[in-house]
Design a protein around this ligand. Structure first.
Ligand code: S3P
Length: 171
């Protein structure tokens, strides 16, 4: 295996960990949301607004499939990527899945301060965001927990993660 897929809820820090990890491993870094935006020439927000979530999930699936062709790469998935179609099965088959686990309340407070627009929670107040995350995380966690590695998103020990990953990755 030579691909690492970072998964976890919105705001769990997949992209920033992905950048650090790719440097450490000497791999390329891909942000799946950015790939979708580049390919469709639209922002994620625009895709949700103009085409709807269903169409977004299809674009996301296509972008994911195209990552399976790549070598030596860390991919930060979108929060929903593992939870649709047979994506989680293909992720497991094609690389090492890492779940950045975080509680709903930690995620809610991180998302409150986030600069990027997340269509799924746009326009909600703090309490609504927390309730939404609690409910959605409850539905999604069964997919995230199928990752080969699970790390505490609030206290990631890079050395340990690196060591665990090396057991899965081709040398
Ligand atoms: C989504 C998460 C977002 C993005 C889209 C939908 C989700 O990615 O793919 O807004 O369903 O959780 P991040 O997890 O990078 O914010």
């Amino acid at each position: 295996m030579n691909k690492v897929f970072l998964m976890g809820y919105m705001g769990s820090g997949k992209s920033s960990l992905g950048k650090r990890l790719s440097r450490k491993l000497g791999f390329d870094f891909i942000d799946l949301d950015k790939l979708i935006e580049e390919r469709s020439n639209m922002s994620i927000e625009q895709i949700f607004k103009e085409k709807g979530e269903q169409e977004f999930r299809l674009l996301e699936q296509q972008a994911l499939h195209s990552c399976f062709e790549l070598q030596n790469v860390v991919i930060a998935l979108g929060g929903g990527t593992p939870c649709f179609f047979d994506n989680i099965k293909l992720i497991q088959q094609n690389g090492v899945g890492v779940y950045l686990k975080m509680s709903a309340s930690a995620l809610a407070s991180r998302l409150k301060n986030a600069k990027s627009i997340r269509p799924l929670i746009a326009g909600m107040n703090e309490i609504e965001v927390l309730e939404f995350i609690q409910q959605q995380l409850g539905e999604r966690e069964k997919y995230y927990l199928r990752a080969q590695l699970i790390v505490n998103g609030l206290s990631i020990k890079m050395e340990e993660l690196n060591k665990s990953l090396l057991e899965f990755l081709d040398q």
